[in-house]
Design a protein around this ligand. Sequence first.
Ligand code: 8ID
Ligand code: ZN
Ligand code: ZN
Length: 349
Amino acid sequence: EIPTEQWAQVIDETGGPLHYRRIPVAKPGPDEVLVNIKFSGVCHTDLHAWQGDWPLPTKMPLVGGHEGAGVVVARGELVEDVQIGDHVGIKWLNGSCLACGFCQQADEPLCPKPQLSGYTVDGTFQEYCIGKAAHVARIPKELPLDAVAPVLCAGITVYKGLKESGAQPGQWVAIVGAGGGLGSLALQYAKAMGLRTIGIDTGDAKKDMCATLGAEHFVDFAKSSNLVKDVQAATPDGLGPHAVLLVAVNERPFQQAAEYIRPRGTVVCIGMPAGAYMKAPVFETVVRMITIKGSYVGNRKDSAEALEFFARGLIKSPFQTVGLSELPSVYEKLQKGEVAGRYVLDTSK
Ligand code: 8ID
Ligand code: ZN
Ligand code: ZN
């Protein structure tokens, strides 16, 4: 009952038109599973992949997408711990070598030979997607596959970023890009982890959403005449947040974060605006003992933990569902910064 053909969103060239068309259903290799994707989130990374604005080429033609939640319908002969009918998630890290030093120490996102969903291998903007069995996220059957989809990239990534920030319960974290997909989930994970949040983004829709998601302060970057001062003033002692999670797709806030971070604070870079650089004054970085670091998705344990927070009912981020055929309009809105929260695609429409 697995069809030989399916609907998919395909691009044939970087930046070229999206084609909603029928393509063959792939067969899983020995260590792979075939997943009937029910819902897939749309991450800003998919837009970077389409536009080719990162210094890493994509495969072509390309089926994008890396937040796919669905049901296992076939598996290769070496797969033992994933059953037909299991609910699983296809993440950005579709697979890794499992043999290098990074894979051995559970740093598989740093594997020099990764397979990346919707980038170096076809992703989740199709009805049937291949994933390495060792890497698919295990999703408990009682969880809704539409709401859980955004956790598979956005949720895992911000949860890992918050852990990497070293912020302790009761401390303050600024979420830069708080109204977007990663940002909205970051507010919820931070709250669940006992952290206090300042949301930074723009517009009343995103401001209201941030308040609903638990942000205690909101700074509108387009309205503020002194953003550094406003962010510092949002903390009770005026010294600024203990950590900053940068999930915006714009270089400017990356430059500002090192200015408003509290002494001994940590700036975590997660968003990847094309061609951007991180710049900080050496003097202040030294005498204020500031840490600046990157954080890249999460390993399999981070993924399982992020899903567990969701399963406990602690993560309720807003999402809107439209058909897979409507992906072009979602990209358009993402590009304009008009998406509050996440869009999720229903692959059956
Ligand atoms: O592992 C990783 N590091 C990882 C994983 C997943 C995604 C990194 N990403 C990257 C994506 O490739 C993208 O560059 O994180 C970035 C954010 O992805 P997203 O959350 O899916 O994008 P979005 O929904 O468009 O949200 C971006 C938000 O940033 C705001 C926008 O208004 C939007 O709400 N923003 C911008 I653009 N400029 C801002 C500014 N100056 C800003 N917010 C505050 N200050
Ligand atoms: Zn993503
Ligand atoms: Zn490896």
